[in-house]
Structures are given as C-alpha cells and as structure tokens.
Design a protein around this ligand. Structure first.
Ligand code: MRU
Length: 347
C-alpha cells in the first residue's frame, strides 16, 4: 500500500518495524517513533503515543505481523509458534482494555495465522502482512463511507461540537467523528467546529484543533466546562463524537466527558451523533454495564501538560479514561453501513 502523510501508523519500508507519529508530542512536534519490540508496542498504546480506537486496531495488525515474523525466525514447530503468538496478542490486548478495535484486530490476525497453519512459515508470515495491510486499507475505506453518511446530517454553514479526537490521527486519513467536517471542507462547504479541549489529555486542543486547522475547517477551541454555554446560545447544530466500544444496545464507551456532553445535548435538544466503524461494535456485549472501564494514572490530571503540578501531590484523583453514554442519549450511530437510529440492536 502507498502510505500518505495522514496515516498515523504504517510499516517501515524495510518491513521490519512500525513507524508511528508520537501523538503525545503534537501539535508542537511532529516526531515519528520506530517500534519493533513487544514491550515498545505495548507502551506506545498505553502511553497514547498511538491512540484512537481504529488507529490502535491498525497498529495491532502490524504488531501481530512483526511478532509473527520474529517468532517464525526462532521456532521450528507451528504449535509453539502459535502459542507464542497468542501470548503476545493477550499481552497487547491489555494495553487499553476499553478499546474494541484492539481485540478485534488481534483476533483477526490470529485467525489468519490459524487458517494458514498447514503452510510454510514464510507463507503464514506473508498472509499476516497482507491481512494487516487489509485492516489498514479497510479502515480508510470505512472512514470515507462514514464521513459521507455524516455529511448528510449537516448543512453548509453549520457549526458542530466535537469531543476528544476522532480524526485521521485516531484512524487513518478521514477519521470518524471529524470525517464529515474534513470531507465537507474538501467539498468547499463552510463548516465550523466548537472543539472541546478534552481534559486531562487534551486530545481536542492538541489533536483535533491541529487536524481541523490543517484541513481548513474553521474552529473555536473551548474548555470542556464551556460546552453548556455554547449549546445554550444555540450555536451548534449537532455533536459529533467517536467511540471506543459500542454495546449491542447502542450504549457507547468513549473518552471521559462524552456522557456529560450527551446529557447537555439532550437538555438543549441538540442531536448527538456517534461515529465508528462496525469493528468498534461489540456484539458479545449486551449493554454498557459490561464494558471494562480503564482507570489511568492521576499524574495525567495533576501534572501532564502543565509547567508545574496544579494540585498537591497528596490529593487523591479519580481518572477514568472513558465513560458510557446510554443509548437513549444518542440520536444515531453512524457506521460504514449507514445511519442507525434507535432502538439499536446490532448483530
Ligand atoms: O484515549 P484516546 O485518545 O485513544 O481516545 C480516543 C477517543 O475517545 C475516540 O473518540 C475513539 O477512540 C474513537 S477514535 C476514531
């Protein structure tokens, strides 16, 4: 595949490593990291150098290919090769437990290995390389379809509120929640975004403002606690967010703060739309109560992105990475298959 500048994750030309934009350094530095070893790959996801559910899925595909290649060079029997590959998949899947695209991609890669088990190691590894590339290419097609569906929900001149970052950095090329805005700008539409900064990791301020600016979408950055006043003024036509995992009934796990925004949107009668590839939908999960919540280090609240700590060292923090938005607060869930309206029953 021919990589482009807005592919946040790719294979190196020599096929020996993953090259990823270090998203923790944006927007001030555009720096790439090269990842080869299992622990480096785990850490890149855990520390959010690589982030955004679909992007993590793409990364996991390439990681499985590289691990298969490395295991094939040390194993002579397939059973041990497969066992070690499975161990690696289990290890990587714990890096961000809420993100559905991670186990989805890992399982898909394991299945590819299993389906080719009677063939030579070279053939297995090549099949896995092709599958990883297909996961990546499929995501690009998917995001484009989602962006097109999303564009039908807004009109020229509209302003939309966004949360976290569901753009190309979180996927590849178009993004999900930001996709309609990026595509709209390409089509010459006059669209505007109110970007919530998204405490504590500031994906809105650092990443969405950066991406929408590059795409030529006019934007206004607000702190998260300013969303209510913007809605109250009637300045936004809709809210567009991504998803980390969607349960069968439509309950949606996404970046912490999404739930609060959905409650506000309901109050002010503003449509609240969730955008995700169908690979984010967990049909084994009946409702949101079954989704694992990731709780992260309190330093993200107290120190990260500040010159000096903003709270006493001793203060206790609660830092969940995601929350669950009840399906009844969501106006529609947009996937590559179309616009799904409630009641949701994904299968
Ligand atoms: O914690 P992050 O930065 O990985 O969170 C990302 C989000 O919340 C996104 O909305 C979600 O992963 C979907 S990205 C298209």
């Amino acid at each position: 595949m021919k990589y482009e500048v807005n592919d946040p994750v790719r294979l190196t030309d020599d096929g020996k490593a993953i090259l990823a934009i270090d998203q923790t350094l944006l927007p001030n530095h555009v720096a790439y990291i090269r990842l080869e070893k299992p622990q480096e790959m785990f850490d890149a996801i855990k520390t959010m150098q690589v982030r955004g559910a679909p992007c993590i899925g793409i990364f996991a595909g390439y990681a499985m290919f590289l691990q298969a290649k490395s295991l094939a060079s040390i194993h002579t029997d397939k059973e041990h090769f497969y066992q070690d590959l499975h161990k690696f998949a289990k290890f990587l899947s714990t890096a961000r437990p809420t993100v559905m695209n991670l186990p989805w991609a890992l399982k898909r890669m394991e299945r590819t290995a299993a389906n080719n088990m009677r063939r030579s190691f070279d053939t297995i590894v090549e099949a896995m390389r092709r599958e990883a590339v297909e996961i990546h290419e499929q995501n690009i097609r998917t995001c484009y379809a989602i962006a097109n569906f999303g564009l039908t929900l807004i009109n020229d001149g509209d302003s939309v509120m966004t949360y976290c970052n569901a753009g190309a950095l979180a996927t590849s090329r178009y993004g999900t929640g930001l996709g309609p805005l990026i595509l709209g700008a390409q089509k010459g539409m006059d669209l505007h975004a109110y970007i919530c900064e998204t405490r504590p990791m500031l994906q809105g301020a650092r990443l969405s403002a950066y991406e929408l600016g590059n795409a030529g979408v006019k934007s206004t950055l607000i702190c998260d606690n300013m969303a209510a006043v913007v809605m109250q003024q009637g300045w936004v036509k809709a809210c567009f967010v991504g998803a980390d995992r969607v349960a069968k009934n439509g309950d949606t796990a996404n970046k912490i703060g999404t739930l609060g925004l959905a409650v506000l949107a309901k109050h002010y009668k503003i449509p609240f739309y969730v955008f995700c590839p169908s690979s984010t939908i967990d049909i084994s999960c009946d409702d949101g109560s079954k989704i694992v919540m990731e709780v992260r280090d309190s330093d993200e609240i107290k120190r990260e992105y500040f010159k000096s700590p903003v709270a006493p060292d001793a203060v206790d923090c609660f830092n969940p990475a995601s929350d669950i938005t009840d399906a009844r607060l969501i106006s529609a869930i947009i996937t590559e298959d179309g616009i799904n309206y409630p009641p949701y029953d994904f299968n």
